[in-house]
Design a protein around this ligand. Structure first.
Ligand SMILES: Cc1cc2nc3c(=O)[nH]c(=O)nc-3n(C[C@H](O)[C@H](O)[C@H](O)COP(=O)(O)O)c2cc1C
Length: 185
């Protein structure tokens, strides 16, 4: 597949078959991520692979978070937890914060976003589907997620990546066209 097709066919995949993702494939996915562009080769990303027992700890943290955040929405909480339960693999991706250097810390976040996108594109070649989550069950802005990954110093969580073998075809999406987003000066 050429790059234009790969870019257009990448989709957020949120439903997975009940199959574990092999360690060899996870390694390939992470290897692909590390080839992303990054300023001054700081390689500012770190990947926390969550599966098995660690995923059960994630579920406990997520339940607490969701109950606190959505106290009047028990159905939403239940649905979110089912999503997590049915996701075979989660990878939390952080970006290095450089104390006292806001600009470089920001550039690190951009590079980490590129790394996540690389994984997203490469997943298909491995037969996998994924979605980058930040909201709700993604827990990226919650202290509990930091604790789950070991409270690393000077790292910001950029995304929680849900991964698995696709079950249903993902929903098609549309774009408004570059012409509507471009100003030629
Ligand atoms: C930074 C970022 C955060 C996102 N957070 C979520 C999320 O919390 N939950 C979710 O279901 N999808 C999330 N997505 C996926 C988008 O919803 C998805 O890309 C969008 O619906 C377009 O679909 P497509 O990627 O299949 O074209 C996120 C994507 C990005 C780039």
């Amino acid at each position: 597949m050429n790059i234009a097709e790969t870019l257009k066919e990448r989709r957020a995949v949120r439903n997975y078959l009940p199959l574990e993702v092999e360690t060899a494939k996870i390694t390939k996915l992470l290897e692909a991520a590390t080839w992303a562009p990054n300023d001054r080769l700081r390689e500012p990303w770190h990947f926390y692979v969550i599966r098995g027992e660690a995923k059960q700890r994630y579920e406990v943290a997520a339940r607490e978070y969701l109950q606190e955040r959505f106290p009047t929405k028990p159905n939403l909480i239940q649905e979110s937890l089912i999503v997590l339960e049915k996701t075979p693999l989660v990878i939390v991706v952080t970006s290095d914060i450089i104390p006292g250097d806001e600009a470089s810390s920001e550039d690190n976040e951009y590079a980490t976003a590129c790394a996540i996108h690389s994984m997203w594109l490469f997943a298909k070649e491995l037969g996998l589907g994924l979605v980058w989550r930040t909201r709700g069950i993604g827990l990226v802005r919650d202290e509990r997620m930091y604790q789950l990954i070991g409270s690393p110093e000077n790292k910001k969580i950029i995304g929680t990546i849900f991964v698995g073998y696709p079950d249903t075809e993902p929903n098609p999406t549309v774009r408004s066209g570059a012409e509507n987003k471009t100003t030629w000066l």
